[in-house]
Design a protein around this ligand. Structure first.
Ligand code: SF4
Length: 587
């Protein structure tokens, strides 16, 4: 009853489940039965989807469902103390729903507000700059059962601090200019401009954009799809948030010119659940563009050029930033990365040729269509042309968005953002690289430090282990569970690292940690597993002395108490004699 009949399509399962949950605070059994019948899919598929996504629940959540971001930068801003304070004020345990059903409280992965944390979500809406005073007010409002519309608007304020605009952010733009330029020049010629710009995907992988678009355009199977990947889930990244907040027209225009080139009539923008606050305003931008003839039929009078864009929300799964996982999610399934080949450009959404590109890639393509390829290629390095948007957070005076030509050194960036006494920088988020203060001359570029945009600064008051542990926990939490090396390996990494950090590790444990890292890295199915060991491997390389210092002198210390673990077995066997116990022999 919460949805119009037109919405009853299997690929719309995620938005349907979101709507059901918004009404019933969970996905009731009765809704599962009804949806299975209406969508003609097994109920197990619906349950699998509900269990896969962090923000979907099969049991009721609180009427105020609060999640607090567990990003390392939020932790550095005192998140743990605030979370405990909130739990105390609301009389609810973390991870639980209060007995009266009024409120539930949980941790969540980074919410994309690292420049204005500590941050969280209430019923999906972003909360920023949390402190004790705000928490006092929030607790009172919840007890009064005040609707969110009555909460102080500043609690939900998301700022977009552009500290250093560059090539693209400074570029003047008129709506429709890129579509007009594309048709004036010709579609093939515009693709040639994208080619000569050497634009590479801004999501981190750096695949050449023109090659992707050309391959898709050449596919004879129809229809073709354009997907904008706005599932900006890498902790420390928030530049796509800013682009969608302030430059949405230019992102949609990039999708539109891509559609013209590859011959697509349907675009999808996959928006991460944490950016729910952007949903309504993006819908308004789309409506305005339809009303202005920039979307819809015969766009800007070009007969036969029809294209429209639909926004679909995610539901809390980092893995859905991976293109094929995102396509699965858009098809109403758990976001499990597909086996490749074929790549999505040949067999993507609904098994049809699909271009999936990052928000920043479409934004750059818009300006390339207007200004031409050489204009873009003049900036940056030969292999990494143009500029890169960085989301800077952590220990610096001026966190926010910065745009740099590729090839800029870490040293220069740290100067600009006001970072002193630097211990290191995590470039590219947890899946990226930790750069120690001895390597600050390294550069942002695909040939040196490739990044989707996360740039987290740590000063010498920070512990490297706090950072690595947070990242390793993140990967263990976000592993989709499809393949064993990652599903089991990320948990083994988490436990083994904890053992060493807590001072219970011996030399053999460090060796084992290294071995597990390599197993996870070399045997996992997708990029998450491939990079899950990076935080450990890069800090082991840059600061081996820290790990060595943590080791106990003995050769072996068990990671857990085996004898205590066997207590259940002893109870079942009704034995408690000496022979039923294990004792550890110290060397
Ligand atoms: Fe899923 Fe991890 Fe395997 Fe990727 S590597 S498919 S995230 S289990």
């Amino acid at each position: 009853s919460v949805l119009a009949e037109a919405d009853y399509k299997p690929e719309r399962l995620l938005p349907i489940l979101r709507a059901v949950q918004a009404q019933y605070l969970h996905i009731p059994q009765a809704a599962i039965e009804q949806l299975a019948a209406a969508l003609h899919i097994p109920r197990t598929q619906i349950i699998a989807v509900a269990e896969f996504y962090s923000f979907l629940h099969l049991t009721p959540q609180g009427r105020y469902d609060i999640h607090i971001s567990d990003s390392i930068t939020d932790r550095m801003l005192g998140k743990e103390k605030l979370l405990n304070y909130l739990a105390e004020k609301l009389r609810v345990k973390v991870g639980e729903v209060r007995a009266d059903g009024l409120v539930s409280l949980n941790n969540t992965s980074c919410t994309g507000m690292c420049d204005q944390g500590p941050a969280g979500l209430v019923n999906g809406y972003a909360l920023t700059r949390l402190d004790h005073a705000r928490i006092d007010v929030i607790a009172k409002l919840i007890e009064q059962q005040a609707p969110l519309s009555d909460w102080p608007p500043e609690f939900f304020a998301v700022e977009e601090p552009i500290r250093k605009p560059g090539l693209l952010l400074n570029q003047p733009f008129e709506n429709g200019a890129a579509i007009t330029a594309t048709f004036a020049r010709g579609l093939t010629e515009t693709l040639a401009e994208v080619d000569s710009s050497n634009l590479r995907g801004r999501g981190g992988a750096g695949f050449k954009t023109a090659l992707k678009w050309r391959t898709c355009a050449q596919q004879t199977t129809t229809p073709h799809y354009v997907i904008c990947n706005a599932d900006e889930g890498e902790p420390g990244t928030f530049k796509d948030r800013m682009l969608l907040d302030l430059y949405a027209d230019q992102v949609f225009e990039g999708m539109t010119l891509c559609a013209a080139i590859i011959g697509s009539v349907q675009g999808l923008l996959y928006l991460r659940a944490e950016y729910l606050f952007l949903y309504e305003q993006l819908q308004r931008v789309l409506k305005r563009r339809r009303d202005s003839g920039l979307l819809g039929r015969n766009i800007l009078g070009h007969s036969g050029f029809d294209f429209d864009i639909e926004i679909r929300m995610g539901a809390g799964a980092y893995i859905c930033g991976e293109a094929s996982a995102q396509i699965e999610s858009l098809e109403g399934k758990p976001g499990i990365p597909r086996v490749k080949p074929p790549n999505s450009v040949i067999c993507g959404y609904q098994r049809k040729p699909t271009v999936v590109d990052n928000v920043e890639t479409f934004f750059a393509a818009t300006h390339i269509a207007v200004q031409g390829g050489p204009w873009f290629a003049e900036v940056g390095t030969a292999q990494s042309t143009g500029s890169k948007l960085l989301s800077i957070s952590g220990d610096c005076a001026r966190p926010g968005i910065y745009e740099y030509p590729f090839g800029t050194s870490i040293e220069e960036i740290l100067r600009d953002c006001g970072a002193d006494d630097v211990l290191g920088v995590q470039v590219g988020g947890p899946s990226g690289t930790f750069i120690s203060n001895r390597e600050l001359q390294r550069r942002i570029a695909f040939e040196d430090l490739s990044t989707a945009g996360s740039f987290m600064v740590f000063n010498n008051s920070r512990s490297i282990f706090d950072i690595v542990q947070n990242f390793t926990d993140f990967f263990a939490h976000e592993s989709c569970g499809f393949c064993t090396p990652c599903r089991v390996g990320t948990t083994l990494l988490k436990n083994q690292l904890r053992k060493i950090i807590e001072g219970n590790g011996a030399a053999v444990d460090l060796e084992e940690l290294n071995e597990i890292c390599l197993v996870v890295k070399n045997n996992s199915h997708c990029g998450l597993g491939d990079s899950a060991a990076n935080p450990i491997l890069s800090t082991l390389a840059s600061h081996p002395e820290l790990y060595l210092k943590q080791l106990k002198q003995s050769n072996f210390t068990p990671g857990f108490d085996l004898d205590a673990t066997l207590a259940v077995a002893r109870r079942m066997a009704q034995r408690d004699d000496d022979a039923a116990h294990l004792s550890q022999v110290e060397n």
